[in-house]
Design a protein around this ligand. Structure first.
Ligand SMILES: Cc1ncc(COP(=O)(O)O)c(C=O)c1O
Length: 399
């Protein structure tokens, strides 16, 4: 006999509150601040000296060409724009571009690539454990948790001294189990700006390959650090040494097309056949999640990369973004020896050795908005804001 229960079925109203991304909350706080001289260094996008995030000129031109020439918006399939992925290959993989054990697929931005990469790993083995550096980009852990993979941490950065905890990192990777996944930042580490140098990459690659770990390299800022090839040094070295490598790539920053969601996932296995099988799983997972990636941004990047003239103009615009990042870094670094580490780091982000209280005081007293962790975007600063920001930070360091 069925027993009657008084428990009422759960409805949508029973959902628990969500503790939203603190960076989103920071943006809302900054927007609500009426002070005209407020400084927003919490933002995650490139800004020029006037404080704008312009659309690249080559992107505007590619958009116009797309508008003029596109004749259909029929479905493309789960692989998205295949030519786009082919054009990204040499930029990302360098001398590995012709390796037929590596296949790539267009994804909705770097986030989509990460999610798809972790989905593939969970499909391969639901007991896979992912080793994540501390600190890392705050969206890494939720993406890994979403596919229900286990996670462990390895030490990465000492914020007080502005240095990579390299020996601790290597010890942790040396203690990992074969088959564990090592999540690494290809370049322009977010949130610390502290990139592995070439010798450190060699050592990490050696340990990863000797321990039989699977590297998943997240490279979202290629070209924002030292240059396109230099920033892919770690990716290519890993491909030299390892048979199984996953790379999650984003064009959202280096094409400045953030909201258009342009990225790709590359998979390498020991044979073309095994890679084809892995890719079939990737397409399956993509089909379940977004069916196919959005076309517009990748179609424009495709137009730019295919056309020699637009391609070289893109390189010039990318270089201008990189130069601004690096010159703002040098200006901040030269203001005080305690900020010198910022001049040796790469990409848009660095972490100031400030307590949460000091960060909040900067917010209240100086209308400077940065993450509680002390992470700030160097190019969140307009040219006319750099000196005031630096002076306020030096004041906070002395308080
Ligand atoms: C380290 C890192 N990986 C991936 C991404 C995702 O980039 P996208 O906007 O292309 O999804 C970001 C974006 O902020 C990032 O900082």
């Amino acid at each position: 006999m069925l027993t009657e229960t008084k428990a009422r079925p759960k409805g949508l109203a029973d959902l628990p509150p969500v503790h939203s991304d603190s960076l989103l909350a920071l943006i809302a706080l900054c927007n609500a601040d009426p002070r005209p001289d407020k400084i927003d260094v919490g933002v995650g996008v490139f800004r020029d000296g006037a404080g704008n995030t312009p659309i690249l000129k080559v992107m505007k031109e590619a958009e116009q060409r797309l508008l003029d020439t596109q004749t259909t918006k029929a479905y493309l399939g789960s692989a998205g724009d295949k030519r786009f992925a082919e054009l990204i290959r040499p930029i990302l993989l360098g001398h590995h571009a012709s390796d037929d054990r590596i296949l790539g697929v267009q994804t909705p931005g770097g986030c989509g690539a990460l999610r798809l990469g972790f989905e593939l790993l969970a499909t391969m083995n639901s007991d896979t454990r992912v080793l994540v550096g501390t600190p890392t980009w705050p969206n890494h852990p939720p993406i890994i948790e979403a596919v229900r993979l286990g996670m462990d941490e390895y030490p990465y950065y000492e914020r007080g001294q502005g240095v990579i905890r390299f020996d601790d990192m290597i010890a942790a990777l040396n203690g990992a189990r074969p088959g564990d996944v090592a999540l690494l930042h290809g370049c322009c580490h977010n949130p610390t700006g502290a990139d592995l140098d070439e010798d450190q990459w060699r050592e990490v690659v050696r340990v990863v390959s000797e321990r039989g770990l699977i590297p998943l390299i997240d490279i979202a800022y290629q070209g924002f650090g030292r240059g396109l090839d230099e920033d892919a040094f770690g990716v290519r070295l890993m491909l030299d040494a390892c048979d199984e490598v996953i790379i999650a790539q984003s064009c959202d920053k280096n094409f400045s097309c953030y909201r258009d969601r342009v990225g790709s996932l590359f998979i390498k296995t020991g044979s073309p056949e095994a890679t084809a099988t892995a890719m079939a799983h990737v397409f399956q997972r993509a089909r379940e999640m977004w069916s196919m990636p959005p076309d517009h941004g990748a179609a424009c990047a495709h137009i730019i990369l295919e056309d020699p003239e637009l391609h070289s103009r893109w390189l010039v615009e990318l270089e201008a973004m990189r130069d601004r990042i690096n010159s703002v870094r040098q200006r901040i670094a030269s203001a005080d020896p305690r900020l010198a580490f910022i001049g040796k780091q790469f990409g848009m982000f660095s972490m100031l050795p400030l307590s949460k209280e000091q960060v909040l005081k900067l917010r209240e007293d100086n209308a400077i908005y940065m993450a509680d962790s002390g992470r700030f975007n160097v190019v969140g600063l307009g040219d006319d804001q750099i000196d005031r920001f630096t002076a306020a930070v030096i004041g906070a360091l002395e308080s």
